[in-house]
Design a protein around this ligand. Structure first.
Ligand SMILES: CC(C)(COP(=O)(O)OP(=O)(O)OC[C@H]1O[C@@H](n2cnc3c(N)ncnc32)[C@H](O)[C@@H]1OP(=O)(O)O)[C@@H](O)C(=O)NCCC(=O)NCCS
Length: 170
């Protein structure tokens, strides 16, 4: 993708009509990033999302989804994923930066936590998160559970992408 000729990017709240596309995004990332056994859990989440859940459209097509909520003053990221054919095109960074901003706009939120895998921890490290714990095979055989945290004071502006969401709501 040539980011200098960026197509229209939209981040909007998830609606039930997005369900099948979000499941397709999940399946594109399985088995490397998600154990197939996690799919029913994701489907149940889509049927009753905790907190806010968003989809990101690129030129009218959903290419990513991810959510966030707050528990005990800690912001939490939920089920963030980019369709595999769109990896490494800054989409995940844009959606992550948008969710971080969404959470840190709430004054009571002191930090943001994520449980992810060893395959993705490097992505969050690049965005200022630190590893706080690791469980081997915690998400399934070969997929470790890596707990990570971003403190408010460590948060840096990440809005220097040429792909800009044109509409944000939720
Ligand atoms: C993790 C994920 C969201 C990243 O999205 P992406 O759009 O591919 O990432 P970006 O293009 O924005 O990458 C930003 C930077 O992180 C790096 N990066 C991306 N994925 C990475 C990974 N898995 N490990 C280490 N670094 C990674 C990129 O190389 C890039 O580095 P650069 O700025 O030096 O060029 C995406 O790979 C994904 O959906 N993975 C599967 C689902 C998943 O594991 N989600 C985790 C939440 S539970």
């Amino acid at each position: 993708m040539t980011l200098s000729r960026a197509p229209k990017v939209l981040i909007r709240p998830y609606i039930a009509a997005d369900r099948d596309v979000c499941i397709a995004v999940f399946r594109s990332n399985s088995p490397r990033y998600f154990d197939g056994a996690e799919q029913p859990e994701f489907e149940a989440f889509l049927d009753k999302p905790i907190g806010s859940y968003f989809v990101m459209e690129l030129a009218g097509s959903i290419v990513a989804c991810g959510g966030c909520y707050v528990r005990d003053r800690t912001g939490r990221l939920s089920w963030g994923m980019v369709s595999i054919e769109n990896h490494r095109a800054s989409i995940g960074s844009i959606l992550l930066a948008w969710r971080i901003d969404h959470l840190f706009r709430l004054p009571e939120v002191s930090d943001i936590a994520i449980d992810t895998s060893q395959h993705t921890a490097g992505f969050y490290l690049r965005h200022g998160f630190r590893i706080t714990g690791q469980v081997s095979d915690g998400f399934g055989l070969g997929i470790d559970q890596v707990s990570m945290s971003l403190q408010r004071q460590d948060c840096q502006s990440q809005s220097n992408h040429s792909l800009k969401p044109t509409t944000c709501s939720g």
